[in-house]
Design a binder for this molecule. Structure first.
Ligand code: AMP
Ligand code: GLY
Length: 434
């Protein structure tokens, strides 16, 4: 196939991450038809939204075959854990995203911690339990602070950082009472680490690791990093407070992890997301995700200069060693606009205005997350995280100011946002000690 041959692409997912992926894929001269399943109110402008059971391996493989797709890109974790990538590869179609064996890195915190031990990469001390009484006894023996995690997928909400013993006990009871569904049948209890967090996403074909630019999410719902954990309330890239030494340690940890997976027979092709805490004794891994971060993708991809289709094909075909990544010399910051009540219950169907005016500001892109398009062509809210307002700027401060200017041009009933995205990074590392 010549380098300019167009290919049809299927992208799975419906978040702001997928809108960012869709725009980057569509920008490639290699991109033919772009299908997004199920997509959202923003991706509908970039390609064709299709109703497809995205977590059903056979259904996805069949759709990709029937539409002659040359590449399938898997955005979220659930289809990865379900083995969609395995089914697509079995059809002989290139797929960006690990198979079920690799996705366990995200699908099971216990598996992930055990792999980190085998790889010899730094992480928080931990123990795991399938029995409530034993977990409670451990919690009492260790004392607070502790971090209690439901083992399986819980949309970023199954982690409780407990500063008091009673809180840790309550978290253990909630997990075993089924608050996080089957995800909580096994509970991982960790030592609490301190320090700034930093995400490092990397492309890998299972042999070569190409780190992307660093990024930082804001997981708590409320300003000052208070309130419950969410899927992510805002992000920036790169992370200005990371030292070269810390960066090298993070990259080394990712490389060791991929090498250990390969040695154990896991063929991991996709994005490996390392969530690190920059502790006083060096970066330690809090978690791995088997996919791009959301909203980290919305600040990382706009800075990537490479053709995303070429990079993803190289990943899928095991040729990543041929690719060097290059990054725009600009800062990116995104603010997530949410529906009032998120991460708890919230209303849907609120009409959104001002997206056009915000997008018209030079350097601003408004990625849709939980939105849909009504039959009348109105964009309405359809989820907890509604829009990701992203700005690029010559300085961190410029990107930040521009993103907030754009946020203020968008209105919908219940619009909620954190005003402090990137504020600590702007103040410098000492802001984490305050
Ligand atoms: P995770 O889904 O495992 O990344 O956890 C979500 C968030 O909980 C992280 O981004 C941290 O803010 C916090 N967290 C997780 N594990 C720890 C830990 N061992 N110590 C301190 N905070 C943690
Ligand atoms: N932003 C956190 C995540 O994607 O898991």
């Amino acid at each position: 196939m010549s380098e300019t041959t167009k290919m049809n692409i299927l992208l799975l997912g419906s978040g702001g991450r997928e809108h960012a992926l869709a725009l980057a894929l569509a920008a490639s001269p290699r991109c033919g038809e772009l299908y997004i399943a199920p997509g959202n109110g923003g991706t509908v402008e970039v390609g064709e939204n299709v109703a497809l059971a995205a977590e059903d391996p056979a259904a996805v493989a069949e759709f990709a075959r029937e539409t002659s797709c040359g590449l399938v890109v898997i955005g979220p974790e659930a289809p990865l854990v379900a083995g969609v990538a395995d089914a697509v590869r079995a059809e002989g179609i290139a797929c960006f995203g690990p198979g079920a064996a690799g996705a366990r890195l995200e699908g099971s915190k216990k598996f992930s911690k055990e792999l980190m031990d085998r790889a010899g990469v730094p992480t928080a001390g931990y123990a795991s339990f399938t029995d409530e009484a034993a977990a409670l006894a451990y919690v009492r023996e260790q004392g607070a602070p502790l971090v209690v995690k439901a083992d399986g997928l819980a949309a970023g909400k199954g982690v409780i950082v407990a500063t008091e013993l009673a809180q840790a006990e309550g978290a253990v009871r909630s997990c075993f009472a089924g608050e996080f569904g089957a995800a909580g049948a096994t509970v991982v209890i960790e030592e609490m680490l301190t320090g700034p967090e930093c995400s490092l996403l990397a492309f890998t074909d299972g042999k070569t690791v190409r780190p992307m630019s660093t990024s930082q999410d804001h997981k708590r719902a409320l300003e000052g990093d208070l309130g419950p954990n969410t899927g992510g309330m805002g992000a920036y890239s790169p992370v200005p407070i990371v030292t070269d030494e810390e960066h090298a340690a993070m990259v080394a940890a990712m490389e060791k992890t991929v090498a250990t997976l390969a040695a154990e027979g896991v063929d991991y092709r996709g994005c490996l997301y390392g969530g690190f805490m920059l502790t006083p004794s060096g970066p330690k891994i809090l978690e791995f995700n088997a996919r791009f971060g959301d909203p980290e993708t919305q600040v990382v991809l706009p800075r990537l200069e490479n053709d995303l289709v070429e990079v993803m094909l190289a990943v899928a075909e095991g040729r990543l060693a041929e690719v060097e990544l290059s990054w725009r010399d600009e800062w990116a910051l995104t603010v997530v606009l949410t529906s009032a009540g998120y991460p708890g219950s919230y209303e849907r169907g609120k009409v959104i205005s001002g997206i056009d005016r915000a997008s018209a500001l030079p350097g601003v892109t408004v990625y849709h997350a939980g939105t849909s398009l009504t039959d009348e062509g109105e964009v309405v809210t359809a989820g907890g995280r509604v829009l990701n307002v992203t700005a690029l700027g010559a300085t961190f401060e410029e990107a930040r100011d521009l993103a907030y200017r754009a946020c203020d041009l968008i209105e919908f009933e219940g619009k909620t946002l954190r005003r402090d995205i990137g504020l600590r990074a702007l103040k410098g590392r000492a802001a984490w000690d305050a």
